[in-house]
Design a protein around this ligand. Sequence first.
Ligand code: UDP
Ligand code: MG
Length: 332
Amino acid sequence: MSTPLPRLSIVCPAYQEEEVLPRFHAALAPVLDGLAKNYQVEVIYVDDGSADGTLVALRRLAATDARVRYLSLSRNFGHQAALTAGLEHAVGDVVLSMDSDLQHPPELIPELLECWKQGYDVVLTERIDSADLTWFKRVSSHGFYWVLSRIGEIEAQAGASDFRLLSRPALDALLSLKESHRFLRGMVKWLGFRNTKVLFQANPRAGGRSSYTLRRMVRLALDGLLSFSSLPLRMPIFPGIASIVAGLLYGTGTAIAGLFGGSPLWPVHLLISVMLGMGGMILFCLGVLGEYTGRIFEQVKQRPAYLLKESNMPPNAMPSRVATPPDHSLAA
Ligand code: UDP
Ligand code: MG
């Protein structure tokens, strides 16, 4: 009996993409045809509450291509939520996510799968900035990842994108993270597993326009920073200590000056030192509260304390952090 082909799921969120979707699928389909010998393929499009004809375009694609599945969310929940919905519904042994505006080249899919065959669980991609990328996007992306790498608990890379491949164990581990503010690029980094990176040249958008307005970019950046760093909560401790030390020094200076005749303005100096000391104490206490709040935040996120990559334990000997793949089978 021949072994069944591995299942491949491709997850593509789509928001207001009626213009680009047919062109994206037309570019994706020949790549999938080329993979048909080696994989059972499903493409999961997630309509993220689009107000245009995206859903109509998806119904049309599903009617003409049996590999197409689609989900349509009740409203616009945002890129990361749409991706999560698609990943949760994917049945593949290997799962790829990519944008549906042709910025992520479908021709790269075989190369990502090649890495999976070599044993990598996570294949990330890194965008080489294309000439038409606005200076603002270039600077903001580099700046954000620089800050995140410095203060966050993950090593982030500039040019990171949501074009990536996950093996089933890595995907199950990702889906076991239930936090509601989802910054998937960071969460995937946090997973660990054997990972590698493929570079790609991002194409300009094939049509429509980017939904990442400044407000959305700031929100995503905040999700990334606040989910992977508790430094902002603890930060007041440092100016607090500095202010207490300054108050003590100032007060001591005022007292010593008082012993040697002092200045007639000594009540003002005394007041300044008391204010520095008190202000410092308040900041210090805020930082201490931040320490505790940060720990509560960690607790409510309920990230597992560890994830397993492999084990030879009998299945019921210990609670496994890696769920077994669901036994769905792709309809032909
Ligand atoms: N997208 C989505 N929900 C949103 C915004 C975007 O599903 O609320 C999808 C969009 O259709 C595209 C991908 O996420 O496939 C990336 O979005 P976009 O191209 O607007 O971002 P950019 O490439 O400019 O960063
Ligand atoms: Mg795009």
